[in-house]
Design a protein around this ligand. Sequence first.
Ligand code: CP
Length: 320
Amino acid sequence: MKEWNKHDLIDLQGLSKEEIELILTTAKSFKEVSTRDVKKVPVLRGKTVVLLFFEPSTRTRMSFELAAKRLSADTLNISAVSSSMSKGESLLDMAKNIEAMNVDMIVIRHGSSGVPKILAEALGPSIINAGDGCREHPTQGLLDVFTIKERYGKIAGLNVTIVGDILHSRVARSNIWALIKLGAKVTLCGPATLMPKGIETLGVKVSYDLKAVLNHSDVLMILRLQKERQQEKFLPSLREYARLFGVNQEKLNAASKNILIMHPGPTNRGVELSAEVADGTQSVILEQVTNGVAVRMAVLYLLLGTKDKGSEEIKNVFTH
Ligand code: CP
């Protein structure tokens, strides 16, 4: 087993290629657990995982909770509206109170970039970033590369195009880090107003012509237009956006390759992709959701489950 010595998962920028590969290999083993009649292994028995979400979530929150429960951990959900923050308590004070109850891990989603890192520096429990502002969404990036690898058997050398609202996308940033480290060729495509200036310095190409990039793409990762993060008017109209950057079957049929279609969800059908594409044979959108549980099980296990266990016990995880 390769070495894992991280205490927190804040971003993929800070992980090595080997650490990302270790998560993917561990997730492959854990995926089988969710297909069993009894979907539970005892590796995190006695551990407590707190889910602290300050933004809406369906997939990430549910799959972290399922992952923790399938590893036999206890879970606790806290939402900002029902917490004492509504009475004026600061986030750091609340987090310190949660720590005082001897929890082992806090999974946090927050609208401001950098909040998970601040908590990791201030607190003892392991911190997982479940999405911070426009910065990173590391477990989404991991489940995306896991899904690509499952379909193509490799990442290195593949042409992956990420299309849409790159500017506001933490999913794009995490995927860029993971894909580049694993050897993929990444192209970003979208309107100039939604393309971060200088993003090429990360090692990606930029295009403003979706039809042109489709011809050499193996994978098309379609992003949601994040209207809630757009304070300015970035687009003339949604109709114009859909015409130029929306993905429909006609555009896919015109491409020379059978492109794998991905989307992190939630989708805006009729805006960034058509219903036909979302539900079509090239789409792995629901496979991404399935893989999210396995990847999050792997992350929880590596962060919490290996500390006080011998290698024999770790090997036995998958046979019980
Ligand atoms: N992909 C993703 O983060 O979805 P949720 O917002 O539903 O968690």
